[in-house]
Design a protein around this ligand. Structure first.
Ligand SMILES: [Zn+2]
Length: 412
């Protein structure tokens, strides 16, 4: 099956094979071709270039993209979209003056989601989660990482990871699974945190490994959740079972989580709303991708990740949604890109690099996703007719998507 797309107003994020991530000043450059063609063979990008040199092509279907822009699908490297129920009551409580930490301390927050998750059947969780997955696909996301972490019991965590695996089997979007048993200490272990960590390491991880249910290990390294020492112990155990660390750090406090992640060669360190100069220094010349989650900052009214200081220091940066029932009930990467420009002062070029190729890196899939590159997955967005790609962050809140291709097929 060959698809030829012609007269593309501008084809964004064209990259040579082997570009894994974009850092520092280079993030300000977004390579494009104006008046371009794109050829898809089966599920892969086969060729692209200027319409001036369009080769003779026998296509099964031809699409005229006059006035429209094409860019690679968003790569959302941090979500919790498998969950049960919602936390809209806490949302209203926060409007009425309670803090996220106060809600957590009274048994709300993650423990509230854990109760809903453990009360729900695997089928109910699957059916609720697939609605969210279908929604983010329609919003242009072509690869997504999904975490466990609302079970906090062996059964609950395995149930979540099986749902993630089932979604990956049933949908054309690329899905990576992360085990986040260390999301919070469950109520039953309130007085025995060591007992819960032992269960993660000695009971949950072996089962997950045996059933190949996750690629990554995550820990919520934060005051009131898991200490740096505990985070290191859990990361080490995950690595022993073949899982690469991707960890939650520096959301509310800088306690050394970034340095611990780097020490254990974490693929990414995520959140980073609170960054010291030492934290930025530590990330220089490492393989660890910093990931910002601006819709979480927006929803909780907490600081935004200091993108300008990080990019000025030569660091790469990825953008993700953090889609979850408590702090970000939204999986809209278009909104994330707009918010990064509006609130974090990232340029459109930086935000698009962060939401595509760098997001792919933060999931370990930048050899197959995140750019328009020959041989990569044919996962891309065709916009409605727009004056320029500046519209993507500028017209925040508008849906500018005309069509979505995943695995070489039109899904909407
Ligand atoms: Zn998260």
């Amino acid at each position: 099956m060959t698809t030829l797309i012609i007269n593309i107003k501008e084809l964004l994020q064209i990259r040579e094979i082997g570009v894994a991530k974009i850092s520092g000043a280079a993030m300000g450059i977004l390579p494009t071709i104006k008046n371009a063609y794109l050829i898809i063979k089966d599920n892969l990008i086969a060729d692209f270039g200027s319409m001036d040199i369009l080769p003779k092509t026998k296509a099964d279907q031809t699409i005229d993209a006059t006035g429209k822009i094409i860019l690679p699908s968003w790569c959302d490297s941090h979500t919790h979209i498998v969950y049960a129920g919602n936390r809209e009551q806490e949302f209203v409580d926060r409007i009425n003056g309670m803090s996220y930490e106060e809600i957590a301390n009274r048994g709300g927050g993650i423990l509230n989601s854990a109760k809903n998750l453990n009360d729900a059947t695997e089928e109910e969780i699957y059916n609720q989660s697939k609605v969210r997955l279908e929604e983010v696909m329609r919003l242009g996301t072509g690869a997504v990482e999904i975490k466990s972490g609302y079970g906090l019991t062996i059964d609950g965590e395995l149930k979540m990871l099986r749902v993630i695996k089932q979604l990956a089997q049933n949908y054309p979007i690329s899905i990576k699974a992360t085990f986040l048993g260390a999301h919070a200490i469950p109520l039953a272990y309130k007085e025995d945190r060591k007992g819960y960590i032992d269960m993660i390491i000695n009971h949950m991880l072996p089962e997950i490994s045996k059933n190949s249910l996750a690629q990554f290990i995550d820990v919520f390294c934060e005051t009131g959740y898991f200490t740096v020492e505990e985070t290191e112990e859990i990361m080490n155990a995950g690595i022993h079972f073949g899982l690469k660390p991707k960890i939650h750090v520096n959301q509310f406090n800088s306690i050394g989580g970034i340095q611990a992640g780097i020490k254990h060669n974490a693929l990414s360190v995520d959140h980073l709303e609170v960054m010291t100069p030492e934290d930025i220094e530590a990330l220089k010349n490492t393989n660890t991708m910093p990931v910002a989650l601006p819709s979480c900052s927006y929803f909780l009214s907490i600081p935004y990740t200091p993108a300008r200081a990080m990019i000025a220091a030569g660091l790469p940066l990825a953008l993700a949604t953090d889609y979850n029932p408590g702090s970000t009930p939204s999986g809209n990467m278009n909104f994330v890109v707009a918010t990064a420009c509006i609130k974090m002062k990232m340029t459109p070029e930086e935000a698009i690099n962060a939401a595509t190729i760098n997001g792919a890196y933060a999931m370990g899939i930048s050899d197959t996703h995140g750019s328009i590159t020959i041989g990569k997955k044919a996962n891309f967005i065709i916009t409605k007719p727009i004056p320029s790609y500046y519209q993507l962050p500028y017209a925040f809140g508008s849906n500018l998507i005309d069509r979505i291709f995943l695995e070489g097929k039109i899904i909407t």
